[in-house]
Design a protein around this ligand. Structure first.
Ligand code: SF4
Ligand code: SF4
Length: 669
């Protein structure tokens, strides 16, 4: 007899279901309510792409199988896919509580499709059980450092395992009672063989069947209600989190400096609904932690921990006992987010390299949140690393972070006969030099190389000379949006006055800001990185490298050129075009590249904690046995060049921009 065939059983079933669904709905509402009260954000555009990528990254689990995480990815994916397959069976089970023998259309065990489903379901249930045991072994015995060990995970694995085992017993008892031809469950058939072999009577089998059924249902409903309270809430939130992911991560959102009363992230309510969904969704898998250069080099920043701390704060603040009723006497719940729940040293350690976001299987975003908290500290409380005070002052007074005279901005170009736009506006492209190219000795050489190459190829270009100003990129990422907008508006006014359409720059930070952030203030230009432009000139035959460079060369991917803008091949094409150059890849390259330590305004900050990020990267370069390190970013050139000097390897390891190498390889007139 089915467990709900008796009146008492049926009433109990209905009550259990109603109470569980009621609790679940209430908890979901509570979680949703916080998102509803958060800052708005439009994530509804590009629906086609959202649907496609949700299929790929949620249902296909694509990001889980990356490199060293392949096995852990398989483990998780099998549990996930198993869950999907088994959820059909869950519908059958709940439906069967109301109507005996309930099945979704075409899935009755008597149909071929239904029999196939039962077979596949059993396979997946076995796989899920095996994966649960493997995950338990990994957590308890292997203990990878990136995983946060918690009772929550133990409970979840136990619940999933119990669901599988009770289902096996249920199928076994049913098969033994009803006969093999009606059930078509391979695992059930095996277990029924055991039950029959042990000589279990029908009454015992019925008790077994009923117990397994109720236990399975009870665990399932408990699991459902527990999810919104645990870190496994991601079972529910992963899909919307991936669906609403940010397709335009390379641009920070502008602040309305004129009308807003407060700036940046201070309280929970300052987070956007997507920030909160991100925090709910983190599985604590630790991939972001492994990728983070700050964490890797011993700084207090760990992106995973940011999520854990914020989630704990949210869950405590939004607990059943404190919701809308004060803080329940807990002082911690009054802490501000910026500088309170998340310490200032944690916030200032971020290089905004994007490695965490690149690695996260669920596209959880960090940079907006970190910069949002920095913005609050800088704009509302004037709290920022002491040394950046000078940087801000220099940018404001001289238009460059070095504080050098703006009148000397074009001095580097004096001998090169470069035209200023004020002399000739009819140019093919504007060469935007950037502050490093204009004022820093190593980068002045890069700018000179670009100029020689452009001239050699017959490109008609011009510069802005003293009319160019700092783009404000570092100021924005440190959190000084006010200074950034001031600098950005001034540059845009100049560019628009000259009706500039196309800009070439050798600085990925200028490239990213002008290309992706200046449109927020009316500056719309086609922006090209020098490696793209020069790789094209080589391809068109306008530049022909002929002189051999018999050296082993490696290339360091800049975060703002690579991860933030997807430009990986152009610098490599330039190196490959140089005769005799033997190229080797660093172990962490392209999307997985390791930061030089200068992004996010870190270029202008002291690095007193842990080891230096540039030294960690240089260690890899030295191990690669390269004799030349090619870069494509002024900050990388400075940081890595300094790193090489610090370890006393300048003689054996030369650090240059890739176009400097090309320049040497081309016969100049
Ligand atoms: S952006 Fe880079 S430095 Fe910042 S938290 Fe992510 S990985 Fe760490
Ligand atoms: S943010 Fe993403 S990568 Fe980092 S622990 Fe959470 S789920 Fe894993």
């Amino acid at each position: 007899m089915h467990p709900t065939q008796s009146m008492l059983g049926f009433i109990f079933f209905c009550l259990l279901l109603a109470v569980s669904i009621g609790i679940f709905s209430y908890l979901i509402y509570r979680r949703y309510d916080l998102m509803r009260r958060a800052q708005p954000e439009n994530r509804f555009g590009e629906i086609g792409r959202r649907i496609k990528e949700t299929l790929i990254y949620v249902f296909g689990q694509k990001r889980l199988f990356k490199g060293e995480y392949f096995l852990a990815g398989v483990l998780h994916a099998l549990i996930f896919w198993g869950f999907l397959v088994v959820s059909i069976h869950t519908v059958h089970m709940i439906g069967g509580g109301f109507v005996e023998g309930f099945h979704l259309p075409y899935l009755s065990p008597q149909t071929r499709l239904g029999a196939s489903y039962a077979f596949v379901r059993d396979i997946f249930e076995v796989l899920v059980l095996a994966m649960v045991l493997a995950a338990a072994y990994r957590r308890a015995i292997l203990r990878p450092p990136r995983i946060t060990r918690s009772w929550d995970a133990v409970l979840i694995l136990t619940l999933i395992g119990t669901l599988m085992v009770t289902d096996f017993i249920l199928h076994g008892a049913e098969t033994a009672l009803q006969g093999y031809e009606n059930i078509r469950s391979p695992v059930g058939a095996v277990l029924a063989g055991f039950f029959n072999g042990w000589g279990l009577q029908d009454t015992t089998l019925q008790v077994l069947q009923g117990t397994a059924w109720w236990l399975h249902l009870g665990v399932l409903l408990f699991f459902l209600d527990y999810l919104p309270l645990s870190k496994h809430f991601h079972v529910i939130t992963s899909l919307p989190n991936v669906f609403f992911r940010n397709f335009h991560k390379n641009a920070l959102k502008p602040l309305d400096l004129e009308n807003a009363e407060t700036f940046g992230i201070h309280k929970l309510e300052d987070l956007t609904w997507k920030n909160i969904l991100d925090i709910y969704t983190c599985t604590e898998c630790g991939r972001c932690q492994d990728a983070c250069p700050a964490h890797f080099t011993g700084k207090p920043l760990n992106p995973k921990k940011i999520n854990e701390d914020l989630r704990e704060y949210i869950y405590q603040k939004d607990s059943l006992w404190t919701w809308n009723r004060g803080n329940g006497g807990k002082e911690d719940l009054e802490l501000p987010l910026a500088g309170g729940v998340i310490h200032e040293d944690v916030l200032s350690a971020c290089t905004t390299c994007g490695a965490c976001e690149e690695q996260c299987p669920l596209f959880i975003e960090f940079i907006d949140r970190i910069v949002g908290m920095r913005r609050y500290l800088v704009l509302m409380e004037s709290r920022f690393p002491e040394e950046t005070k000078t940087t801000f002052r220099n940018m404001e007074n001289t238009g460059n972070p070095w504080g050098l005279s703006p009148d000397s901005r074009a001095d580097w170009a004096k001998e090169l006969g470069v035209k200023h736009l004020s002399e000739d506006e009819e140019v093919e492209i504007l060469y935007w030099i950037g502050c490093a190219g204009a004022f820093e000795d190593r980068n002045k050489k890069v700018a000179s190389s670009v100029v020689r190459l452009l001239k050699k190829a017959g490109v008609k270009f011009g510069i802005l000379g003293n009319e160019e100003g700092c783009t404000g990129e570092s100021a924005r990422r440190i959190g000084n949006e006010y200074l950034f907008q001031m600098l950005a508006r001034s540059n845009i006014e100049t560019l628009n006055r000259y009706k500039v359409k196309k800009i070439l720059t050798h600085c990925p930070h200028c490239f990213n800001t002008i290309r992706n952030e200046y449109p927020q203030f009316g500056g719309n230009y086609e922006v090209i990185h020098h490696t793209q432009f020069i790789a094209d000139l080589i391809e068109q035959g306008r530049l022909k490298p002929t002189k051999a460079l018999e050296k082993t060369v490696t290339y360091h991917d800049s975060c703002y050129l690579g991860r933030h803008n997807g430009i990986y091949e152009a610098p490599r094409k330039i190196l490959q075009a140089i005769p005799g150059a033997k190229t080797v890849e660093l172990p962490r390259n392209r999307k997985n590249s390791f930061c030089c330590g200068a992004g996010g305004g870190r270029m202008w900050m002291e690095e007193n904690q842990g080891t230096r990020v540039n030294l960690a990267r240089i260690e890899e370069v030295v191990e690669s046995k390269a004799e030349v390190l090619g870069t494509a970013c002024p900050f990388c050139l400075i940081m890595l060049g300094d790193g090489v000097r610090q370890i006393g390897k300048e003689e054996s390891l030369k650090t240059v921009d890739v176009v400097q190498l090309l320049n040497e390889s081309i016969e100049m007139d």
